[in-house]
Design a protein around this ligand. Structure first.
Ligand SMILES: Cc1cc2nc3c(=O)[nH]c(=O)nc-3n(C[C@H](O)[C@H](O)[C@H](O)COP(=O)(O)OP(=O)(O)OC[C@H]3O[C@@H](n4cnc5c(N)ncnc54)[C@H](O)[C@@H]3O)c2cc1C
Length: 355
């Protein structure tokens, strides 16, 4: 396991099950665990739940979710959130799980890049196609500025108060952050390679209004160079289609070029991997480490289909074994939600009537 010591000074949070990844499969796992009385914390590097469904195709219709002849990626995410609400999961968004290790007391511990430490007897890896990470613009020397004055995400808006900002991109993130940060910034310049945006037309209109009012600038072109020292930007070079170069003084550069999926830190958890997937058995979906499970797109076993419905099934079976780790010695009784008062109490429904 990854034994890197963490630097946080907070006492670790504790729960029954830590779920790495809040995609559709991680979300439904909360439901299956909840029916067995198990509590869950979920961690995702995205700033919202839904994984690929919410990030890659929120408006696309899905046709193979049982009993939903058609539902959008975001619609499915919303329904899953509604279904797991009674179990009050704790979400930790915009955080990357960086390490997994076993403590001297024999419980699993994860640490995130934001310093959150959570301990539990069970860890469920529902990391899908990997963690969503920002696509970097191809600008020489950009690494030296990352985290100081080049940012691919906005975690705290106050960090940009009174600063001269350059935002790059033409999608929703670039436009949304332009509109949100403009009132705080000392100066704001939006750069995009063409006057044609993928972002919502309403956001584009609002941005153009700010430009017309002289509250910000919009320039066509690409960032071709960075100037500054010790990680602090002083200016960028903008190159337009005619290869003209302009120097723009700024304190921070925020490129929003979309996200891509990479296996990321899961590769360093010390688990057996096969072609970047985690092999599991098909009875419990447990990994090479007892108490660590892998469900959804991240796992592999003979006959695996990377479908949402497969991940839902895997979550149900995983929960049975997770119960044994979390409640050793307690017996698990098989019950139907239709007829069990115990399950209906957990769900917060009484003598439930179908819609
Ligand atoms: C365009 C498109 C169309 C699709 N259509 C269908 C369809 O019609 N039917 C169907 O069944 N499937 C479809 N799929 C596949 C489906 O989306 C996936 O099977 C499903 O999203 C897998 O769910 P998951 O929860 O396992 O993983 P994901 O949805 O990939 O979620 C995993 C989450 O884990 C997070 N994560 C990973 N590592 C870390 C870490 N170290 N720290 C923090 N967070 C981490 C990621 O950020 C991500 O949010 C489609 C996929 C695409 C791209």
């Amino acid at each position: 396991m990854n034994d890197t010591p963490h630097t946080t000074h907070h006492a670790p949070l504790t729960t029954d099950v830590i779920i790495i990844g809040a995609g559709p499969v991680g979300l439904f796992a909360v439901f299956e665990l909840g029916l067995l009385g198990l509590k869950a914390h979920l961690v995702d590097i995205l700033d919202k739940p839904g994984g690929q469904c919410a990030e890659l195709y929120p408006e696309k219709p899905i046709y193979d979710i049982p009993a939903w002849p058609v539902i959008s990626g975001q619609g499915l995410t919303d329904r899953l959130l509604e279904q797991i609400k009674p179990f009050e999961p704790t979400f930790h968004f915009s955080q990357m799980v960086e390490s997994l290790r076993k403590t001297d007391e024999g419980v699993w511990q994860i640490t995130t890049d934001a310093g959150t430490v959570i301990q539990a007897p069970v860890v469920v890896i529902a990391a899908g196609g990997g963690s969503f990470v920002p696509k970097k613009p191809p600008i020489a020397g950009i690494d030296a500025y990352e985290g100081h004055s080049v940012h691919y995400a906005v975690r705290k808006m106050a960090q940009f108060e009174g600063k001269r900002l350059v935002i790059v991109g033409g999608g929703d993130s670039a436009l949304d952050w332009t509109l949100n940060l403009q009132p705080l910034a000392k100066e704001l310049v939006l750069i995009h390679r063409r006057d044609d945006f993928r972002a919502a037309p309403d956001s584009v209109e609002k941005m153009k209004k700010l430009v017309a009012e002289g509250k910000m600038k919009f320039l066509l072109g690409q960032v071709s160079g960075l100037h500054g020292e010790n990680g602090q930007l002083e200016a960028i070079t903008l190159k337009d289609d005619a290869k003209n170069e302009t120097r723009i003084e700024c304190d921070c550069l925020l490129p929003f070029f979309g996200l891509t999926m990479k296996l990321g830190p899961v590769a360093n958890f010390g688990l057996n991997l096969h072609e970047n997937l985690i092999p599991v058995d098909t009875e419990k979906f447990e990994t090479s480490e007892p108490g660590v499970f892998a469900i959804g797109d991240i796992n592999s076993y003979p006959g695996k289909l990377k479908l949402i419905l497969s991940g839902f099934h895997e979550g149900a079976l995983m929960a049975q074994k997770a119960f044994a780790y979390c409640r050793p010695g307690e017996k698990l009784r098989f019950q139907y939600t239709t007829s069990s008062t115990d399950l209906q109490t957990k769900l917060g429904v009484k003598e439930g009537k179908a819609a």
